[in-house]
Each structure stands twice: as structure tokens, then as C-alpha cells.
Design a protein around this ligand. Structure first.
Ligand SMILES: Cc1cc2nc3c(=O)[nH]c(=O)nc-3n(C[C@H](O)[C@H](O)[C@H](O)COP(=O)(O)OP(=O)(O)OC[C@H]3O[C@@H](n4cnc5c(N)ncnc54)[C@H](O)[C@@H]3O)c2cc1C
Length: 459
């Protein structure tokens, strides 16, 4: 059977549903195809369940520290992992069903469930049904990448998806990959009571960040009893009577770590290998990401790629912004460009790391004369009052234009406070603009004018 539409959206992730809303609102007859769970990664196996689990882990951590606040808890702190999981499942399920029912009620939209595959530049097939449209929007996201490491197929490993099904705390969780996803799981499971070892191939954790950020994050995790093994260049896996044996180092240190479970968190890959892109003539880069221009159009007229699958962002807010760019250009006559987006994101360990723009190392590499200012959270009143003084805030600015180039706030409230700087950067304002601002006391954000006032030429 063949059906014709004005537009087809493949994937109900973070861009697809909103785009379907705009297209149908503009009077188009639209089909949206989803092969699995409405809401995609963020809602089902990414941001929402993990941040819900992080909140449970924070509650456990604070309960253990309660005496420091003068609060007595009579019994031992116990983790009911079934209830912890149930809470995360409820948050995800509510969001997923909300998205699905919104789509099914949408005037002008046909929801199709199944795996879509291109059979031509204007046609996709789902089972024995063919859909055609002059406009096709690909929002297929990505999945955990499974490295081709010795022995990986011989062990029962976890990914960010399967770890969410655990309803008991593993005795010893080995997290392979010391980057954003791995570190969030590492800290939360430590707080749930597991022994945790993080194994990282590179010389430091979150290697894309500045060295001082990596080091402060390592200290935060080690302080909580997490073992961090960096320079693990010789990774391999073997089944073991107690779970999984992970080879971590060929040269120094304990060569093998035995964990009861192992989580692979070594990166993501786009869901583009099973999409029949060849049949449409859509090209991908060496890592499988769909090649797009600055307006997110592929090289094939009438086909766009949005979200994680285009390699231009790896976050929910970037996927959603892709929708905004495509919709504005197509329906509002705008000329919005993805390259105008200022990169911003957070790492949700506790305390969180809020990041925007360039790191200090990137700014130095760009060869600009830069100003840098840094302040430990131990000198932030709000952090002292809350008893959460780990981390620091750092801002990097261009010495000539006085524009902020980037910032990192690793500390309590860092994921929120960073927006003061992100807003300044989006407004294109020079940093002295904030000098006479009167922020609210006591907040972490109130130190932003102070830290800007302390900017000094980088040594
Ligand atoms: C553990 C974890 C934690 C994260 N935490 C955060 C966070 O805190 N903040 C943040 O901003 N980001 C976070 N992310 C990243 C975020 O989840 C993704 O960037 C975001 O979901 C990308 O959205 P998307 O629309 O591109 O794709 P997705 O959300 O992955 O959606 C793609 C959809 O397409 C469907 N699909 C794929 N192929 C086909 C096909 N051939 N036919 C039909 N349907 C198809 C999939 O089933 C899926 O529903 C996290 C990710 C992970 C894994």
C-alpha cells in the first residue's frame, strides 16, 4: 500500500514531534514514523530517567551527611532500588504517554509505528507500506556504541538502556568510559551503595574539558570512594565467577578489575546504518552522521536531518533547536543557522558542571589574547551555607572585544547559574555590561559580576 503526504518525519525523539506540530499547524498532511518508544532517548533511556536517578542518589548522599546539618536519622540509610527504579520509570512513562497521546490527537498527523527505511529520495517503506512525500525529516537519534574490544562479546555487559532495568544494586559496578554518561552512572551507583570503578582509556576523565575541571571532577568522585583508573589502554573482558573481569592496564597498577556488573559508556553512534540512506542518495560521514549544511538540509533536496543523527549536537536542547531552525527557515522565511548556536551543556554529577562556549584550552589554541578569572566554590556564600563547597567557577573572555568566550561552573547550582553567562553570550554583550547588575543574594549567580570583575590576562 502507498500513501502520499506533504511531509514525513522519521523518529519521535526531541525534534520530530514538535516539527510535526508546526507542519500540521501550517496545513500540511504529515506522517510521523516511530519504531519503538515515543520521546526517544531523552525520555526513555537518557536525560529523564538518569536525572530522576541522580535525584534519588542525591537524597541518599544528603541523608548520610545529615548529622553535619544537625539532623539525626535514627536508622541506617537504606536504598530500596525497586522504588528508586519505579520512580524513574514513572517519570519516563508519564512523559512518553503524554507525547504519544499528543501526537495521536494531532489534526493532520498520521502516526505510523514501525521501522522506516528509504526506498527512494521521496519514499520510505515501513513493513509492506510505502509512504511518499516531497519533504522528509530524519530524527532517528543514536544508541550506545559497543567497542570492538577483546572479549566484549563473551560477557554480559550493560548499556545506558539496560542499566535502567536494574532493580538491585550491583556489588561492584565497573564503568568503562570516564566521560559524561559514565560518570553520572558511576556517582549515582556509588551513592546507592555499590563499589564503583571507573576505567578510562585516556589520561584523564572528561578529556574534552580543561585539565583543572577534569581534576576537580576526579577529586569529587574519589572523595566518595570511587576508584578511577585512567590510561587503561589495554581494555579487554572475560567472564569471571564473580561477574566480569576487565583488563585495565598492560603496564602498571592492578591489571584486572573484577566487577559484578560492567557498564559500557564509551560513546554513541547514530541510528543511520539501517535507514536505507543509499536509496535516497543521502550521504554520511566516516562515523555515520548524516552530512547537513548550516540549515540542516542534506545534499538531497527535500530531505533534512535533525538531532543527534546529524552530529551537530548531542543533547536534547540541540535536537530541539534543530527543529526550531528547520521550522523557522521552512515556514517563517527565516535564515537561521546551526553555526550560530552557542554550545552549552551540563554534566549531572553532584555538584553539577555547567558549561558554555570554549574551554580555556580551546580559547588558548584559538590564539586570541584572553582574560581568565577563577573562584573556588568555597568562596561562594550560597555554597558555604548549603555545606556544598566543592568545585569552582571559571570564565574566559576575549581581551580585545571584552566578549565572554566560555565558562565552566562546577559547583552547587552550576547547571542553573551558567545561564547568566549563556544569556550574556547570546545577547552578544561585552562582559562589563554585567558590572553594575545587582544580582540576588545569596545565590551562586551573584558571584558572576564579581568573577567578571576579576578577569586578568592569562599567564
Ligand atoms: C544516559 C544518557 C543521558 C543523557 N542525558 C542528557 C541530559 O541530561 N541532557 C541532554 O540535553 N541530553 C542528554 N542526553 C542526550 C539526549 O538524550 C539526546 O541528545 C537526545 O535524546 C537526542 O534527541 P534526538 O531527537 O536526536 O534522538 P532520539 O531522542 O534518540 O530519538 C530518535 C527516535 O527515532 C526513532 N528511530 C530511529 N530509527 C528509526 C527508524 N528507522 N524508523 C523509525 N523510527 C526510528 C528511535 O526509536 C527514537 O525514538 C543523554 C543521553 C543518554 C544516553
Amino acid at each position: 500500500m502507498t500513501q502520499s503526504f506533504d511531509a514525513i518525519v522519521i523518529g519521535a525523539g526531541q525534534a520530530g514531534p514538535a516539527l510535526a506540530g508546526r507542519l500540521t499547524g501550517a496545513g500540511m498532511k504529515v506522517a510521523l514514523v516511530e519504531r519503538k518508544l515515543f520521546g526517544g532517548t531523552c525520555v526513555n533511556t537518557g536525560c529523564m530517567p538518569t536525572k530522576t536517578l541522580v535525584a534519588s542518589a542525591y537524597a541518599a548522599h544528603l541523608a548520610r551527611r545529615s548529622a553535619e546539618y544537625g539532623v539525626g536519622i535514627a536508622s541506617e540509610i537504606a536504598i530500596d532500588m525497586k522504588r528508586v527504579k519505579g520512580r524513574a520509570d514513572t517519570v519516563s512513562t508519564n512523559a512518553r504517554t503524554g507525547i504519544e497521546s499528543g501526537l495521536r490527537r494531532m489534526d493532520g498527523l498520521t502516526v505510523v509505528q514501525g521501522h522506516a527505511r528509504f526506498v527512494g529520495p521521496a519514499a520510505v517503506r515501513i513493513g509492506d507500506e510505502t509512504l511518499t512525500a516531497p519533504r522528509i525529516f530524519i530524527n532517528v537519534g543514536g544508541r550506545a556504541s559497543i567497542p570492538d574490544m577483546p572479549g566484549v562479546d563473551t560477557v554480559d555487559y550493560l548499556t545506558n538502556t539496560s542499566i535502567l532495568k536494574l532493580d538491585a544494586v550491583p556489588r561492584h559496578l565497573v564503568v568503562v568510559g570516564g566521560s559524561y554518561i559514565g560518570l553520572e552512572f558511576a556517582q549515582m551507583y556509588r551513592r546507592f551503595g555499590a563499589e564503583v570503578t571507573v576505567v578510562e582509556k585516556g589520561p584523564r576523565l572528561i578529556g574534552r574539558e580543561d585539565e583543572d575541571v577534569s581534576e576537580a571532577v576526579r577529586e569529587i568522585l574519589v572523595d566518595e570512594g570511587i576508584t578511577v583508573r585512567t590510561n587503561a589502554t589495554c581494555l579487554g573482558f572475560k567472564p569471571h565467577a564473580d561477574g566480569v573481569a576487565v583488563d585495565v592496564d598492560c603496564t602498571s597498577g592492578e591489571p584486572v578489575v573484577v566487577g559484578s556488573r560492567v557498564l559500557l559508556a564509551v560513546g554513541r553512534r547514530p541510528n543511520t546504518d539501517d535507514l536505507g540512506l543509499d536509496a535516497a542518495g543521502v550521504t554520511v560521514d566516516a562515523r555515520g552522521y548524516i552530512v547537513v549544511d548550516d540549515g540542516l538540509a542534506t545534499g538531497v533536496p527535500g530531505i533534512w536531518a535533525l538531532g543527534d543523527c546529524n552530529g551537530r549536537g548531542a543533547f536534547t536542547h540541540t535536537a530541539y533547536n534543530d527543529y526550531e531552525i528547520v521550522a523557522a527557515n521552512l515556514l517563517d522565511g527565516a535564515a537561521r543557522r546551526v553555526s550560530a548556536r552557542i554550545p552549552a551543556y551540563a554534566l549531572y554529577i553532584d555538584p553539577p558542571l555547567g558549561r558554555v562556549g570554549m574551554s580555556e584550552a580551546e580559547a588558548r589554541r584559538a590564539g586570541r589574547p584572553i582574560l581568565v578569572s577563577k573562584r573556588p566554590m568555597a568562596r561562594v556564600g550560597r555554597a558555604i551555607e548549603k555545606g556544598e563547597t566543592k568545585g569552582f567557577m571559571k570564565v574566559v573572555a576575549d581581551a580585545e572585544t571584552k566578549r565572554i568566550l566560555g565558562a565552566a561552573i562546577l559547583g552547587v547550582g552550576g547547571d542553573e547559574a551558567i545561564h547568566g553567562i549563556l544569556d550574556m553570550m547570546n545577547a552578544g554583550a561585552a562582559y562589563p555590561t554585567l558590572q553594575w547588575a545587582v544580582p540576588i543574594h545569596p545565590t551562586v549567580s551573584e558571584l558572576i559580576p564579581t568573577i567578571l570583575g576579576d578577569l586578568k590576562p592569562a599567564g
